[in-house]
Design a protein around this ligand. Structure first.
Ligand SMILES: Cc1ncc(COP(=O)(O)O)c(C=O)c1O
Length: 492
């Protein structure tokens, strides 16, 4: 049966709810904005409250007999060539955990690229899954990790034939992509599933010039944040499933463990609307975004001291396999300032916010929402930043370890180290001890330290010098990083 992508079941049901003037004696207590504080209504607008209704017993009936959510999910699945789609209102942080729990059980092994997001590590801590870390492809010159190759997964499966599956992050927050088809083949030769953390890839299915996406490449489960590169509201995430290695019932059960019983219909509406927008206009919108990104990238390249990382920088032997050009990653090493300082200056002096920042880069992501006006503001601000850079120097330097120094030994299961007996020690005494916490520079959100790893001096120095230079480390137990939580010496 032909699928009708002009429909948007959640949005239609919301419009119907209003048209009928339904009166609720159920949550949410604001009851269509009537009870909300007028000062709040003024800032948020009533649309937020009008769209905020119960999913079952509000948007749909008590038993969800209208299949509102199911129909919206089916349309999304069709749009991205998946067999099943699940909406999540708890971000990809939930979706990725649901995927992991559907593939491996406590104490079973999962192959995971070590450049995984902290939500994956939280999944390990909660589940007790044993990670088999796969080395990313390190660019020693730029001090940057790209996704692991298929060959690395192949070797790891040879060494750990009992591993239950694999998880890879592609694209990375830097836009670097793996050869997903090859990684999926490696998994499927062993009849185990591949999970792709495609949090940054909401837009990929909608233009042929963008890198291929997980479902088309044959992955089994793929997780996507629709709020990152798409038009979803913050926390709107989807996960897709295909093939017969994981059943939809099992994946749904695992997700149910983690989800809320009060999902936000606003977020569902954002996901539903994004799918319709992309199914109807995606190619044209993404084509325009790609053209604009190419112009912006070329213009940034002309600014003294700035370089936009391109395929030549990120792709090739030992590096990534493909590049998404929309998350424009600007290397400002030649300006002699860190990305942290540059981002702070852009926000304070130009009211421009970047997402990605690290010791030598800032990210200026272009999406289908941008146009020549926003691009011109960005470019003007970047030119001013380049002019202001001499006054911002010298800043504290971040001592970024070499790839060989960055990796630490996983001495304990993340779960055991996190929940077992622990103590806080001065950071100067922490080298050699086993971490009992996660320490993550954010963004991009890849833990430098995770529970169970034996701490080393280069990594501790990186975090200390990074913090002095403005790195954001929101999950450390001591935000000043004067102490670190480690496993007590006598605990096994
Ligand atoms: C690679 C990756 N995976 C998962 C997540 C979690 O996504 P969310 O913020 O939607 O929970 C992020 C968030 O930054 C991410 O970068």
């Amino acid at each position: 049966m032909a699928v009708d992508h002009t429909r948007a079941p959640v949005l239609e049901a919301l419009a119907d709810y209003r048209r009928r003037g339904r009166l609720s004696f159920a949550p949410p207590g604001h009851k269509q904005a009537r009870g909300a504080d007028p000062a709040v209504r003024e800032v948020l607008g009533d649309a937020v409250f009008l769209g905020d209704v119960l999913a079952s017993g509000g948007l749909d009936d008590r038993l969800s007999r209208g299949r509102v959510l199911q129909r919206a999910q089916e349309l999304m699945a069709d749009a991205v060539h998946a067999e099943h789609t699940f909406f999540s209102t708890c971000g990809s942080s939930l979706s990725v955990k649901a995927a992991m729990l559907a593939v491996a059980s406590p104490h079973e092994k999962l192959l995971i690229g070590r450049d995984a997001h902290k939500s994956v590590v939280s999944g390990l801590i909660l589940s007790g899954i044993e990670p088999v870390w796969i080395e990313p492809r390190w660019d020693a010159e730029r001090r940057l990790a790209h996704p692991p190759s298929a060959g690395e997964f192949e070797q790891a499966f040879d060494a750990q034939p009992d591993a239950k599956g694999a998880l890879i992050t592609s694209p990375t927050p830097y836009g670097a992509c793996a050869d997903l088809r090859a990684v999926a083949e490696v998994c499927h030769r062993r009849s185990v599933p591949l999970i792709v953390d495609e949090a940054w890839g909401a837009h990929l299915p909608f233009h042929p010039d963008l890198p291929s996406w997980a479902m088309d490449a044959g992955a089994d489960i793929c997780v996507t944040s629709i709020h990152k590169m798409g038009s979803g509201l913050e926390q709107g995430s989807v996960f897709h499933l295909q093939g017969d290695l994981v059943t939809p019932a099992l994946l749904g059960m695992r997700a149910d463990l983690l989800g809320t019983t009060s999902p936000s219909v606003l977020l569902y509406a954002g996901l539903d609307g994004w799918r319709r927008q992309m199914a109807l206009h995606g190619k044209e919108l993404m084509g325009a975004a790609l053209d604009l990104a190419a112009e912006v990238r070329a213009a940034i390249e002309k600014i003294d001291g700035m370089h936009v990382d391109d395929r030549d920088d990120f792709c090739g032997p030992g590096l990534a396999d493909d590049l998404d050009p929309l998350p424009g990653v600007i290397d400002i090493e030649a300006l002699g300032i860190t990305g942290y300082r540059a981002a702070d200056w852009l926000r304070e002096h130009k009211s421009i916010d970047c997402h990605l920042t690290d010791h030598r880069r800032i990210g200026a992501q272009i999406t289908h929402a941008d146009d020549h006006e926003t691009a011109a503001e960005l470019l003007a601000a970047l030119k001013d930043l380049a002019r202001a850079a001499p006054e911002l120097r010298p800043g504290p330097r971040v001592e970024v370890p070499l790839p060989s120094e960055l990796r630490m030994v996983q001495a304990r299961l993340p779960r055991d180290a996190f929940f077992g007996p622990a103590e806080s020690v001065p950071v100067s005494e922490a080298a050699g001890r086993i971490a009992a916490e996660m320490i993550t520079p954010y963004p991009p959100g890849i833990p430098a330290v995770l529970p169970g790893e034996r701490l080393t001096e280069p990594v501790l120095r990186y975090l200390r010098t990074g913090l002095d230079a403005g790195m954001n480390v929101p999950d450390a137990s001591d935000p000043a990083l004067k102490t670190i939580r480690v496993v007590t010496r006598d605990s096994g």
